[in-house]
Write a protein that binds this ligand. Structure first.
Ligand code: GDP
Length: 287
């Protein structure tokens, strides 16, 4: 079961998240390290009041390390916020999170008086993976502690931390077209919410501008066209996405390109930087 709060039920959502935050000592907000701005929901900042919040920049194994460092620096300037890049699949990295929780709540953090932590984030950022890694084998439930309308339970991590066993699900904000396309490029929202080919064209345009050398190396291209259609065509040819008559099937090529990009096969890529994340390019250029 997942705790949900969706825009259609905003006021109830506010109540639910407020109640859960009230019972929490530290909020673990999971973001996608490749797009920390668009994978957040800014309502959380409003609702967290003065509770400390750790922004987990998850999937940092897929993100550009220099850009991730810049994000960490930019988040640290906000009071009560810490940022921690990690891969939710790596126990050694996740252990840093436990240390940070205890550091932020120094009055708690021992078995008799644990830090109460809650994981929140939009879909697909790695919340469940993180909870599973944190919980490991000690999925000991510490009793039924119902929230107002949900059955979130706490698990005792046996290291001075209690964690809600289900993540709080925030919704992605889709009002900014550029942000929506970046979310679709990363795989956080289904590409059929937007047209697959258009998402691929958006990604190609971005890569030509920001990571041309990675694109050239992966697809053995000596030159890059500034026309996204031609870039997808060249990628499609390299990947063998051909229709009858030997022409490139653009839809298949875009799909294959996005699959590779998301899996990190093109390289470590960040789609947003702290200075430019706030609504920038529109998808109109490619649609
Ligand atoms: P949730 O919807 O937020 O609970 O996300 P999930 O935990 O289901 O993860 C979504 C996808 O991201 C899954 O395919 C995970 O295997 C993958 N994932 C989660 N964490 C990481 C990570 O740190 N690195 C990489 N490369 N993939 C991850």
């Amino acid at each position: 079961m997942t705790i949900r709060w969706y825009p259609g039920h905003m006021s109830k959502a506010h109540e639910e998240i407020s109640e859960l935050i009230r019972r929490t000592d530290v909020i673990i907000e999971v973001l996608d390290a490749r797009l920390p701005f668009s994978s957040s929901n800014h309502l959380l900042e409003e609702l967290r009041r003065n509770k400390p919040c750790i922004k987990v920049l998850n999937k940092h194994d897929l993100a550009d390390p220099a850009v991730t460092t810049a994000w960490v620096r930019s988040f640290q300037t906000v009071s009560g916020i810490r940022a921690l890049p990690l891969s939710a699949k790596q126990l050694a990295e996740v252990k840093q999170l436990i240390k940070l929780c205890k550091h932020l709540v120094p009055k708690r953090g021992n078995p008799g008086y644990p830090v109460r932590a809650m994981v929140v984030g939009i879909p697909n950022v790695g919340k469940s993976t993180l909870i599973n890694t944190l919980a490991g084998k000690c999925m000991a439930k510490v009793g039924d502690k119902p929230a107002i309308t949900v059955r979130a339970q706490q698990i005792d991590l046996r290291n001075g931390i209690h964690l809600f066993d289900t993540p709080g699900l925030l919704w992605p904000e889709m009002s900014d077209q550029g942000g929506a396309y970046r979310l679709a490029t990363s795989g956080a929202i289904g590409a059929n919410a937007l047209d697959y080919t258009n998402v691929g064209l958006f990604a190609a345009e971005f890569m030509v501008r920001r990571y041309p050398e990675l694109l050239k190396a992966r697809y053995k291209l000596s030159e890059l066209s500034e026309e996204p259609y031609e870039v997808i065509e060249a990628i499609g040819r390299c990947l063998g996405c051909l229709a009858s008559g030997g022409v490139v099937d653009l839809h298949r090529a875009a799909e294959a390109f996005l699959r590779e990009l998301r899996a990190g096969k093109v390289g470590r890529i960040s789609f947003e930087e702290p200075e430019t994340a706030i609504p920038t390019e529109t998808a109109a250029q490619v649609s």
